[in-house]
Design a protein around this ligand. Structure first.
Ligand SMILES: O=P(O)(O)O[C@H]1O[C@H](CO)[C@@H](O)[C@H]1O
Ligand SMILES: O=c1cc[nH]c(=O)[nH]1
Length: 313
């Protein structure tokens, strides 16, 4: 990454443009202003290149509090000047998402489920494009249900798969289904696994992640307000998922992988497991244990970032 950065400081303009964040929308450049409505930012009212141009790592996760805590954590990890308690929410004018910038790291919340993260990603990718960012890596830092894995294990996603264990994301566009690949960067996943082996207390595996559109029936839970299947049918589905290489279940990975893939962005999904779904449905660990678990993907990615910034050899 450092060598690419150096290239972009020189005169090779084509090389620079090649590494800039791309959008796949021919209409975008014809617009006089682009309002990123859910971020409360706009190309006319904000100097996006100045605010975000040096961004290299974007970390996203469901909860606003988690992503605020991550920004404070990474601020300390990178030993940046200033008080981490005073990091400002760039999206404070909107109550949809929160966004914090800490040196080259952007930390953003995306809410729960595909529609919520998808809206955020449209605006995030446009933001990175307008800001002329280059060589950006995206990480989803999440929580998940494990499939044959103990609580606390971190799953680095190999393939993000749908309810039928297919590595694809289906989007309805103008009444028709468009299917997009959910391929993630293999090298990045391996590098993250290597990072986990350099850390204490971050048990990690690479496996497939199943993305569902619901936490309860959609993930085969028997404890929702509705349940239309038996315990045996649930176990059979989980067994089939396990055989297909699925090691965890969450609710955003396929659209995250698909949108990053289409736009040529390097991306990884790193989710900690909160329970083993073969053993139950309810999340019974204490608040403190869950808090420690959800810090694990953050510690892993912080280690990766520090290595890439040359802060650890
Ligand atoms: O912990 P986050 O990032 O929110 O991810 C997981 O947790 C939520 C469900 O509790 C879903 O959004 C799922 O994907
Ligand atoms: O079981 C779980 C736990 C967290 N998030 C999910 O989507 N499922």
């Amino acid at each position: 990454m450092v060598s690419i950065l150096l290239n972009c400081m020189g005169n090779d303009n084509n090389e620079c443009i090649k590494h800039q964040v791309q959008v796949k929308n021919p209409y975008l450049h014809t617009m006089e202003e682009d309002i990123l409505y859910h971020f409360n930012l706009s190309t006319k009212t904000h100097n996006l290149p100045e605010m975000f141009g040096d961004t290299k790592f974007v970390c996203v996760g469901g909860s606003m509090n988690r992503m605020k805590a991550f920004s404070q954590f990474i601020h300390q990890e990178l030993k940046l000047p200033g008080n981490p308690e005073e990091i400002r929410d760039i999206c404070e004018g909107s109550d949809r998402y929160c966004m914090y910038k800490v040196g080259p790291v952007l930390s953003i919340s995306h809410g729960m489920g595909v529609p919520s993260i998808s809206i955020m990603l449209h605006e995030l990718i446009k933001l990175l494009h307008h800001a002329q960012c280059r060589d950006v890596v995206l990480f989803r830092l999440g929580t998940s249900g494990g499939v044959g894995l103990a609580a606390g294990t971190v799953v680095i996603t190999d393939k993000a798969v749908d309810y039928s264990f297919r590595p694809q994301f289906e989007q309805v566009v103008l009444g028709k289904v468009i299917t997009r690949s959910t391929e993630l960067d293999e090298g990045l996943a391996s590098e993250l696994l290597q990072c986990s082996s350099e850390l204490q207390n971050i048990p990690a595996v690479i496996g497939n992640t199943m993305c569902t559109h619901d936490f309860y029936e959609g993930q085969g839970r028997l404890d929702g307000a509705l349940c239309s299947f038996s315990h045996g049918e649930k176990m059979e589905y989980l067994r089939k998922a396990y055989e297909a290489g699925v090691r965890n279940i969450e609710m955003e990975s396929t659209v995250f992988a698909a949108m990053c893939h289409v736009c040529g962005l390097k991306a990884a999904v790193i989710c900690v497991v909160l329970l083993d779904r073969f053993e139950g449905d309810q999340i019974t660990s204490s608040h403190d244990v869950l808090l420690e678990y959800q810090q694990r993907p953050q510690i892993l990615v912080s280690h990766f970032i520090k290595k890439h910034l040359g802060l650890i050899v």
